[in-house]
Ligand binder design. Structure first.
Ligand SMILES: NC(=O)c1ccc[n+]([C@@H]2O[C@H](COP(=O)([O-])OP(=O)(O)OC[C@H]3O[C@@H](n4cnc5c(N)ncnc54)[C@H](O)[C@@H]3O)[C@@H](O)[C@H]2O)c1
Ligand SMILES: [Zn+2]
Length: 352
């Protein structure tokens, strides 16, 4: 995996022109969903060489093998050969799935990412993880491969619904919690809607890139990026097919970070006042719902199946203090269970 270059640009057209200068692709495709076609495509279309549009339906529930088949079909119909380029214009679903399709079509064609959600900008499009969901398991099928380039433009965020912005912000919060205490203190001073996005994205992508560069294949340090995700992913999977209760990725990760902050204090020496600070901030911002006591057992069982675990042992990343994380901390299912029960207790009474 050769890491592609990440550019955070104030001039999207210029960055695209620079990228295409001297390149000679035989075919270019732009992968969009109905939202990024409506809101994002106009910002880039004039700066692109002749291309076709490949459109899929938006949504995590479309991140499937069936949708891949439709993408491969469209590429085949348009006679894309190995010297073609796929441009992923969208959020994490488009980035993960479009990258997966490109990396496997005819054993791999080049692709670039133009991430249009905050989550994709600060997280999903960095670090080379590609894939799709399978039989209810998140990102169950996939591979590591980096795009040729990632071009990030914060103007895309102007049309993003608030809930989506807040979902992506969970990863920004995580990056500060695991790596930058001063950043965290600064972050929580400013309301979400007033955050200076260009700077926030530059900081967050830098944190992720530094960690990935040290450990691209997640053998060690990269695991700290999973803070909030052992429990968060289980929560996300559990509610994936529950109508009306479905959570966005970052909303589930916010729940996971609250539960794992608790575990950080119980098991990893994080001061209690820091745990409360994290919990209060996340509860205020995400207003998460309590988890039905009957569901806690199933969610803690799901956490055990997380693909990052080896065997029956859950290995988790926890905070030692704000700004410093450790990885490979063994956890028992019971401890996850207890942390989720404690999570319910920590919610304000009117949420419970
Ligand atoms: N590869 C990784 O390392 C990694 C890391 C984190 C998350 N992910 C994956 O990312 C996915 C979530 O990504 P996401 O939160 O971006 O979701 P998403 O791709 O589903 O996008 C969210 C919604 O916003 C719409 N949208 C996108 N850009 C828009 C814009 N500028 N204006 C208006 N609407 C817009 C989309 O159509 C969609 O409805 C998950 O599948 C998750 O597994 C991957
Ligand atoms: Zn995440």
């Amino acid at each position: 995996m050769t890491p592609g270059e990440v550019v955070i640009t104030r001039n999207l057209r210029e960055s695209l022109n620079t990228y295409f200068d001297g390149k000679n692709y035989s075919y270019v495709g732009v992968l969009v969903d109905e939202n990024t076609r409506a809101h994002c495509y106009d910002l880039v279309k004039d700066a692109l060489p002749p291309h076709i549009i490949l459109e899929i339906e938006s949504g995590e529930d479309k991140k499937t093998l069936d949708t891949c088949a439709s993408i491969w079909h469209q590429l085949t119909e348009a006679r894309f050969d190995r010297k073609s380029l796929l441009i992923n214009l969208g959020g994490g679903v488009i980035g993960d799935m479009g990258g997966f399709c490109a990396a496997t079509y005819k054993r791999g064609i080049e692709f670039i990412n133009l991430p249009t959600t905050l989550l994709a900008q600060v997280d999903a499009s960095i670090g080379g993880k590609l894939g799709i969901d399978f039989q209810g398991f998140k990102n169950h099928i996939g591979l590591f491969q980096s795009p040729q380039k990632v071009i990030i433009h914060d103007h895309f965020l102007n049309t993003l619904p608030y809930k989506e912005l807040r979902s992506g912000f969970a990863e920004v919060i995580k990056h500060n919690l695991i790596r930058d205490k001063a950043g965290w203190i600064n972050l929580i001073k400013t309301p979400l809607k007033e955050q200076p996005w260009y700077d926030i994205i530059a900081h967050s992508t830098r944190v992720k890139q530094e960690i990935v560069a040290e450990d691209p294949l997640e053998k060690g340090l990269r695991k700290i990026l999973n803070f909030g995700h052992t429990i968060g992913h289980a929560v996300e999977s559990f509610y994936l097919n529950k109508p009306g209760k479905h959570l966005l990725h970052g909303e589930a990760i916010a729940v996971g970070m609250i539960a794992e902050a608790q575990l950080s204090t119980w098991k990893n020496g994080m001061p209690e006042n820091e745990c409360s600070q994290i919990t209060n901030y996340l509860v205020d911002l995400y207003e998460p719902a309590p988890i039905d006591t009957n569901d806690i057992q199933e969610i803690s069982r799901l956490a055990l199946q997380d693909k990052k675990n080896q065997g029956l042992n859950i290995k988790c990343s926890l905070l030692e203090e704000i700004g410093k994380a450790n990885y490979d901390i063994p956890l028992e299912q019971k401890e996850i269970h207890d942390a989720l029960e404690q999570y319910n207790q920590l919610l304000p009474k009117h949420h419970q």
